[in-house]
Design a protein around this ligand. Sequence first.
Ligand code: NAD
Ligand code: DAU
Length: 329
Amino acid sequence: MKILVTGGAGFIGSNFIHYWLAKYPADSIVNLDLLTYAGHLSSLSDIENDPRYSFIQGDITDAVTVEKAITGVDLIVHFAAESHVDRSILDPLVFVRTNVLGTQILLEAARKHSVRFHHVGTDEVFGALPLESDLKFTESTPYDPRSPYSASKAASDHLVRAYFHTFGLPITITNCSNNFGPFQDPEKFISRMITNLLTGQKVKVYGDGKYVRDWLFVEDHCRAIDEVVHRGQVGETYLVGGLTEDFNNLEITRKVLQIMGKDDSEIEFVTDRPGHDRRYAVDWSKIQRELGWEPTKDFDACLKATVDWYQAHEDWWKPLKAQSEAIYK
Ligand code: NAD
Ligand code: DAU
């Protein structure tokens, strides 16, 4: 199989390329990535000369580039997006451009060339859940996006479904919760926290810290996409989430502090994110039931492995750190 991966120089895309080439040695991958501030070829330096891998620097909103990249491809796995909620508050336009227009241009190329399309979506499209509740998002939860980022991702999901219903394009969608792990840009919560602590800065906790995310190790997400691509039902959506038992941001912070041998004096409460969603929680029973997927059981071990990775890979994240901190100034 020849796969077009969009956004393969980003966090999850680069993990996915590593995962896929290791598991399916006969497949080849074309990575189409614009290399925005979030795209790092250093995440793929180990495979840059692999004959099964090729890279095209280009924009998914450019139909000519997409037409070139899609030649001979059997499957598109679409990660490319503007992905950071805080940046979508500072500059929403590029989110609409890449996440909505870019997805439509890819869908149109996939339709023209009859290429199977897997769309990487987010649980944020469902809005926010109350803090003290057992409620979880399911595949039938109504869409209720609340940030420019999640609104643009919701629009992209709708377009993907529209291409299935209207044109019969073979699509699948996964809506996944918060990922963490190697190669995450140091601007996101866990990666920022670890790299702050490694550079003598405090952990910045937004608001009261009682916000809940459903954390998932990135390799689990790659495995879920693998299952859906191979065995998922065309036209269907699958929710993907973790096993973090509703730990809030403060509790996650304390886990990382403990792993790194530090204490609460490293915590700084800072101004909250506008429109901050209180809680996300994902019911992933459909993908478990239909495809046998489950998240890795040991969250603490995955967190420790992530801390270890950042400790061992300063050469990867140090050059990115100043740029990622600049958006908070
Ligand atoms: P990321 O920001 O780390 O990477 C995005 C990649 O897309 C970068 O390499 C960037 O250069 C590329 N890109 C951006 N605009 C582009 C354009 N116009 N043309 C081509 N390439 C472009 O994002 P991520 O965290 O790896 O997320 C990947 C996907 O997964 C996104 O669609 C995101 O919405 C979704 N998702 C992320 C998470 C998470 O926790 N990170 C959870 C669920 C879903
Ligand atoms: O739920 C899936 C989504 O998870 C993905 O679709 C997004 O692409 C991804 O960025 C992520 O969005 P979040 O906004 O949840 O992730 P972020 O890492 O920015 O923030 C996680 C939580 O931590 C959130 O409650 C805000 C808080 N936070 C974040 C940062 C960067 C802090 O308290 N301090 C911080 O420094």
